[in-house]
Design a protein around this ligand. Sequence first.
Ligand code: UD1
Ligand code: CA
Length: 450
Amino acid sequence: MEAVVLAAGKSTRMKSKTSKIFHKIANRPVIFYVIQALENYKIHIVANNENHETLKEMFPNCQIHIQKEQKGTGDALKSAIDHIQENAFIVVNGDTPLIKKEDLQKARLFFESKNLDCLVLVAKLKNPYGYGRIVKDSNGLRIVEEKDATEEIKKINEINSGIYIFKTEFVKKSINDIENNNKSNEYYITNLVKMTNNIDTIEVDKENILGINTRKELSNVGKIMQQRIIDKFDDVTFIDPNSIYIDYDVSIGSDCIIYPNVSLRGKTKIGNNCTIDIGSVIEDSVLKDNVKIKPYSVIEESLIEKNAQIGPFAHLRPLSTIGEEVKIGNFVEVKKSVLKKGTKASHLTYIGDAELGEDVNVGCGTITCNYDGYQKHKTIIGDRVFIGSDVQLVAPVEVEHDSLIAAGTTVTKHVEPFSLVLSRVPQVNKPGWVKRYREYMEKKLNQKKK
Ligand code: UD1
Ligand code: CA
């Protein structure tokens, strides 16, 4: 069967420069989910002058037809109807991303078994405000929009989902008879239902047909989508699923534990047995098995090998590779660097544009001075180097394996293997100095008072 997705609307109620179908839910555009539910259909998208190029790029396998002026959903269908070849087709509003393949399949079987001209997918909503109401009376079936409804009709809670199956021949014959004698002066697709008696409705789950016209509806639908994404991971423990945010393309291995307020974004891939503690944000990153992310860590575009530990309050910036069993502690920032197996940077450190070998110890307060105001430079540290606290490594610089950098050293020159490196001003002790200083100061201040 063929499908027509209506996506040319002006999105006025969204109050946005961006077409509502491109607003994102779990990091994918609203319309992506509609197209996905129509996976097995030959898809036509009705686009407008502004969004057709983006749609073509996003969905190269769909046919795009342009509705030049936004004169209503009936007029939108007109832009596609001449391109329909099969006997029947389905129409879906581009703003109903929760629709499921199963609903469409069920409707299709029903439509075919009854040989209808038109089947309308409907739902019963507690609050039907804004939707077209299904009116069934002696004149047959009609759909009345909120704007055009009487108080009596507004009370009807059976609504039009904006999803229909039509016999092609019926639409081709009737589409030019759609009138725009309504409050909006638009040509409504829903006018078609008045033009045949060979019509029926089929009820689908109310959650699946929710449309998006406003920001509020976008976030409501987003919440339901989050629930669906989280339900997919039935071998993962979510301590507080309502506070967790996971993008559509994220994958999570089994037996992971995700604490509250965690955000897993983009194409993040998490291995088995990982723990992601409270408040952490992980974006476009790969975590192998048994990785532990302690509270409030931020990880971007990085790779973390198995058994590594990050945080609390750590920041891995793009292009960092954290080796097996590496420990990154609190207030450590790593950028575009490789840390090999077993290396530790436990406190208050900046590692940028660096390569650290295996089992390196990075002392508290160590800084790679990678920027000279014009360019970034590399720091290379060999295996088993011990870096004491408060060391500055002025890049470009290399410290070869098994060296020991004493606390407080500023490294500016190449270091050979097994070297001790020291750059300290010799210590001077002056016994009794403080006593003398205090006596002197007190005397001075007392004189002033007098
Ligand atoms: C529509 C239905 C309403 C139904 C609701 C379900 C009509 C007249 N009303 O109302 O009965 O309950 O959907 O969500 O159809 N579009 C175009 N060209 C246009 C106008 C709209 O392509 O000229 C597209 C929009 O991009 C959107 C879809 O058609 O994807 C529906 O339009 P929208 O304005 O959202 O219709 P609703 O008022 O929600
Ligand atoms: Ca809508």
